[in-house]
Design a protein around this ligand. Structure first.
Ligand SMILES: Nc1ncnc2c1ncn2[C@@H]1O[C@H](COP(=O)(O)OP(=O)(O)O)[C@@H](O)[C@H]1O
Ligand SMILES: [Mg+2]
Length: 254
């Protein structure tokens, strides 16, 4: 008889998502959260951090796309947000552009050395804060600041190596154009990822329904079924069976 080894997981706290991955993301994994603008990437990552912080797991959110005031203003609308967790340092939100400025870097264009320096700082912050959960929003915007494909490839692999030795579970957001079944802009990001959560949408009679699909999650059994993803102020992100959210509701309305 084979006795299954119980794997340690990092629960996202989004119940239905954890259930789809046999309890959560395998501890220490790097997961790409892919989707077009507005698909729910930032919200999912924030919910992951706040849920972790409530369980005593410190987290850090590195942003390079949105200014801090905008991010927190939007977060305030969600029930999962708790200002106290920010004040107590359980959730840390850091603007990479401010760090770049302090390092004296051109915030819009990085050289190989700049990218290396930024990576070192990122590692130092994560180590110093002893974070269990790390988010980078977005890897696409970060790579956009690098000039050549070679630099991008080099940076992504270095990032992968750094994350592999860190003890935290990481979510990297990846921007893709709408209506594409593509996981990354540079097609390298998925190589350093142990998992891929794909946030898409489907058009049902003019209604755009957000969806989530676990494409890959190394080290765990997981469903590959497409689920509908709802975003609400009260519950943040939640998953419901597609049938229930579309045909079933339409059927009830008849
Ligand atoms: N406070 C809120 N209450 C309810 N829904 C919200 C709130 N803030 C954002 N949303 C929903 O989330 C969407 C944006 O999600 P977001 O996580 O920022 O996407 P992405 O990071 O993929 O661009 C908005 O279009 C809106 O539908
Ligand atoms: Mg976003």
């Amino acid at each position: 008889m084979v006795i299954p080894v119980k794997k340690e997981v990092c629960s996202t706290g989004i119940e239905e998502l954890d259930m789809k991955m046999s309890g959560g993301i395998p501890l220490g994994s790097t997961v790409l959260v892919t989707g077009c603008s507005g698909s729910g990437k930032t919200t999912l990552c924030m919910q992951f951090l706040f849920n972790g912080a409530r369980k005593g797991e410190r987290g850090v959110f590195f942003t390079i796309t949105e200014p801090l005031f905008k991010l927190t203003k939007n977060l305030e609308g969600f029930a999962f947000y708790d200002k106290k967790l920010i004040e107590s340092g359980m959730v840390n939100i850091i603007d990479l552009r401010i760090i770049s400025e302090r390092l004296g870097l051109d915030t819009e264009k990085y050289t190989v050395e700049d990218a290396g320096a930024l990576l070192d700082i990122l590692k130092d912050i994560a180590d110093e804060l002893d974070v269990k959960r790390l988010v980078m929003d977005s890897i696409t915007a970060l790579c956009y600041r690098l000039q050549t494909r070679e630099m991008i490839r080099d940076f992504i692999f270095k990032l992968g190596t750094s994350l592999a030795v860190m003890k935290c579970t990481t979510l990297l957001t990846s921007e893709v154009p709408p209506q594409t079944f593509k996981f990354s802009q540079y097609e390298i990001e998925e190589f350093i990822s142990d998992g891929i959560l794909f946030l898409g949408d489907i058009d049902r009679k003019g209604d755009l329904i957000r969806t989530l699909q676990v494409i890959k999650m190394r080290g765990t059994d997981h469903s590959r079924t497409k689920f509908a993803l709802n975003i609400s102020a009260q519950r943040g992100i939640e998953l419901v069976p597609l049938l229930k959210s579309t045909e079933f509701e339409a059927f009830l309305k008849r």
